[in-house]
Design a protein around this ligand. Structure first.
Ligand code: G4P
Length: 528
């Protein structure tokens, strides 16, 4: 098959949701409908259960499981589908942000009773910033929940999306009878046993047929006709180009647990979702169909197997063909590396592959060469944009508790930061190291891993920081910037790339600083 055909048959996407909305269940059902697994329950949940947050071994175990489900690939209707898993736990939100740099589209799962939740809002904002095409799946229709129009409103208000319902529920909870599929123009009826029997649904073609009354009753039929008329009057017509540009978002309703609405979602997804897209580099935009291979590291996973302490770097292929045993340029280190056993991922296993194409993810064994964001090419010196660091939420000093092991501690910290576990800031004034994380859980993870993988001991000390802001002076030589550096020296640090960061201790002090030094810009992400 030619490169272009291989590209056109790939669909790489992520499922995102607030924890418990049903991301794992939906992912599993997509695999089930795709024929990739035979029974539900085959894909283990990767989430760190709430109850486990203080139990470190449990986190390690869950981390192990999540490698297995990092990428799930299967074939469906001539297409190769790659689902990239994203951790739902908010302490791992940064992992999710980075994974979103490697997807070409996303499916957002929303709980019909809870509506749009905090984590959904944050993740969708990241997708919106990057114009990633989004499909929304409203889940758990078998339960009592919110009115469909209410939810569509909320999707528009809170998520700032342009909803385009492609299906509409017939009742809900106790009265849930099924789905009118606006996309395929048919009615699909819910049966109690659909949890066991995934193919057995009844279809009729026309909403105006009197058969509808026989199937769902006069009242429900009337309601449905009225509501669908309203939907068609109020919401925009589906337009694929607008969806691909991130300007319009199809909405589906269903129940992942009861296999309901999932086939419709998958069938529509394979028709409308985009194949691998071009990606912006620092020098130019790289197109998937270019002959030369390029790719970038978006995730690094360490020591899945305690007997081999190596790491697996996940590379998204952007262009060309990635081949086993061919030397590629590691752009940051300016050296050639070749990989004898690149892994591809399937629903239930991983295996060595000879060739991979744009849209695919390969797992490369790494002994410490890679950092998140690194680029591999056939020789071109290019770096891909779009893996920024975000300001952490928590900050603590890290202290060395075993002076004999400072080398190990430093190596451990560097490697953990390269993996993207947390961010390191070094204070300009005294060189003290500060660890910034998205969630408090990471401090435990770091302490545990430093001890068990690097033989180093550390402790933390509290530090009052509100936000880390990357500093962007208009002109490094101007007096205002020099004064800012002098007055705020106590609060200045460098991130691991050496970029200058202002550690503001409160929202108020950040605001005052911005007002006092208007020529200096402060950004809460490292890429601006
Ligand atoms: P997450 O990955 O987004 O965190 O959610 P997950 O799929 O684990 O689902 C969270 C809970 O919601 C699970 O119940 C799951 O069974 C349930 N669920 C998912 N989809 C539906 C649905 O369509 N209808 C109903 N009624 N429930 C749904 P749990 O009790 O927390 O876990 P489990 O013991 O059932 O696995």
């Amino acid at each position: 098959m030619k490169l272009k055909e291989e590209i056109n048959r790939r669909r790489t996407f992520g499922v995102i949701a607030h924890p418990d909305a049903g991301k794992t269940t939906l992912t599993e059902k997509l695999l089930l409908f795709g024929g990739a697994i035979q029974e539900a329950g085959a894909v283990k949940s990767n989430k760190v259960k709430k109850s486990a947050t203080s139990d470190f071994m449990e986190i390690e175990r869950q981390r192990g499981i999540s490698v297995a489900t990092s990428v799930l690939s299967f074939n469906y209707k001539e297409l190769k589908i790659n689902i990239l898993d994203t951790p739902g736990h908010k302490d791992f939100a940064e992992d999710t942000y980075r994974t979103l740099t490697a997807v070409d589209s996303v499916i957002v799962v929303i709980d019909v009773a809870k509506g749009v939740e905090e984590q959904t809002e944050k993740l969708v904002e990241v997708c919106r910033m990057r114009n990633i095409p989004i499909i929304v799946f409203v889940n758990k229709l078998d339960r009592e929940g919110r009115d469909a129009f209410d939810l569509l409103d909320e999707i528009e208000q809170k998520l700032k999306l342009t909803a385009c319902p492609l299906s509409y529920p017939i009742g809900m909870g106790y009265e849930f009878q099924g789905i009118y599929n606006i996309w395929e123009k048919n009615v699909n009826l819910f049966k109690e046993d659909s949890r066991k029997n995934i193919e057995d649904t009844i279809e009729i073609d026309d909403l105006n047929t009197p058969e509808l009354e026989d199937l769902i009753g006069t009242k429900a039929a009337e309601n449905l006709r009225e509501e669908v008329e309203l939907v068609e009057g109020v919401y925009p017509k589906f337009d694929r180009e607008a969806y691909i540009k991130g300007e319009l978002q199809p909405v589906f309703f269903g129940s992942a647990l009861y296999n309901f609405g999932v086939r419709e979602l998958l069938d529509c997804f394979v028709e409308i979702a985009p194949p691998p897209m071009p990606k912006e580099g620092d020098e130019r935009i790289v197109k998937p169909e270019e002959e030369d291979f390029t790719g970038f590291v978006f995730k690094i996973h360490a020591n899945m197997d305690p007997r081999h302490r190596d790491r697996l770097a996940f590379v998204k292929i952007v262009s060309g063909k990635f081949e086993r045993n061919i030397p590629y340029l590691h752009v940051r280190q300016d050296k050639k590396l070749k990989f004898s056993s690149p892994n591809a991922f399937f629903a239930d296993k991983k295996a060595v592959v000879d060739v991979s194409y744009p849209g695919d993810i390969v797992g490369l064994h790494d002994t410490g060469n890679f950092k998140i964001g690194d680029t591999l090419t056939e020789g071109e010196k290019i770096n891909f944009k779009g893996i920024p660091s975000f300001s952490p939420e928590h900050f603590r000093y890290i202290n060395n508790d075993d002076p004999m092991k400072s080398k190990q501690l430093n190596k451990g910290i560097t490697q953990l930061m390269d993996e993207g576990v947390a961010q390191l800031f070094t204070l300009e004034m005294n060189g003290r190291k500060v660890i910034g994380t998205v969630g408090a859980l990471q401090y435990e993870v770091i302490q545990y891993r430093l001890e068990h993988e690097y033989g180093a001991k550390c402790s933390y000390e509290p530090l009052n920081v509100h936000k880390a802001c990357w500093v962007d002076p208009e002109d490094e030589d101007n007096e205002e910037f020099k004064e800012f550096k002098r007055v705020k020296q106590k609060f200045l640090a460098h991130d691991k790339e050496g970029q200058l960061v202002f550690l503001a201790d409160s929202a108020f002090s950040l605001q005052m600083t911005e007002q006092k030094y208007p020529s200096v810009k402060f950004h809460i992400t490292s890429e601006f």
